[in-house]
Ligand binder design. Structure first.
Ligand SMILES: C[S@@+](CC[C@H](N)C(=O)[O-])C[C@H]1O[C@@H](n2cnc3c(N)ncnc32)[C@H](O)[C@@H]1O
Length: 263
């Protein structure tokens, strides 16, 4: 049944069921029994957080936004909030996965609130924050629009970042499987994200795309040959993205970050 054929009550029930399936997936994802693997995943998230934080700071600088209060919805283990220290004096994080929220709470003793939540209703008042961040969350959510609208409810400005996976490389079956294994339910194009923003009543103010640095491409490379392949891949992607960013988006995955605000 199409979601739009359901009444508001039916949509709420469906959302609740989908979110409880999601919660199990992300609770398991942040409960790593192998200590060495947990450490490696932590380093991977930290590396990703550095690029994401650079994007958030760049968008804030471009729009002259100096938030006093900030919330990250879907803050995971807190890596991005940690990399954003100093951007806003008061910062909170909410997370669907309780084990992830626990990790974030430990990593961020200076946060005001770090709490698990139901993945649907952010426990904050309307306009309670200057800035809400949804970083690499919407592609994991069965129904992205209600969560984006929730971000727009609690904050005046919203930054969304997603990987743009509607491209030739990411459409290959092996890549789709990889993305599904890490919980990606959507392969967004830039147009999809713009449509979501408009649907949530948000107006775009600034945006950027990033083909990601060498360290990112090389993180899982084992051995000299794999590192050389990663270096080539990075160099080609960076060059294509520099010369023809629109073409790059049709060929391989770039990260897309956008700052939007309520009119
Ligand atoms: C790829 S991680 C991104 C973590 C962090 N935002 C970052 O950029 O480093 C995706 C996160 O979204 C969370 N998530 C999934 N569904 C969610 C929902 N409905 N509401 C809030 N968070 C959700 C997952 O638990 C996971 O921590």
């Amino acid at each position: 049944m199409e979601h739009r054929e359901l009444g508001e009550g039916g949509r709420g029930l469906l959302r609740g069921r989908l979110i409880s399936d999601q919660r199990e997936f992300y609770e398991a994802g942040y409960t790593q029994p192998d200590a060495a693997e947990a450490l490696r995943l932590g380093r991977w998230r930290e590396l990703g957080a550095r690029s994401k934080a650079t994007h958030v700071r760049a968008l804030c600088a471009r729009t002259r936004l100096r938030p006093r209060t900030l919330v990250e919805i879907g803050c995971g283990d807190g890596a991005l909030l940690a990399a954003l220290r100093g951007l806003a004096p008061v910062f909170d994080g909410f997370e669907l996965s309780a084990p992830a929220a626990e990790l974030a709470r430990k990593a961020l003793p200076d946060a005001r609130r770090i709490e698990p939540f139901d993945g649907a209703e952010v426990p904050a008042e309307d306009g309670g924050y200057d800035l809400a961040i949804l970083s690499h969350v919407l592609e994991h959510v069965p129904l992205p629009l209600p969560l984006l609208a929730e971000a727009a409810r609690v904050a005046h400005e919203v930054i969304v970042e997603v990987p743009l996976e509607d491209n030739r490389s990411a459409r290959r079956p092996a890549k789709r499987e990889e993305a599904a294994a890490i919980g990606h339910l959507h392969a967004f194009s830039r147009a999809d994200v713009r449509e979501l923003l408009a649907g949530a009543g948000l107006e775009r103010q600034a945006e950027l795309t990033d083909p990601l640095p060498y360290a990112h491409h090389a993180f899982f490379a084992r051995g000299a040959a794999a590192r050389a392949r990663a270096a080539t891949k990075w160099a080609v992607r960076a060059a294509v993205h520099r010369v023809a960013p629109e073409t790059a988006q049709g060929l391989f995955t770039v990260h897309y970050a956008v700052l939007a605000r309520r009119p």
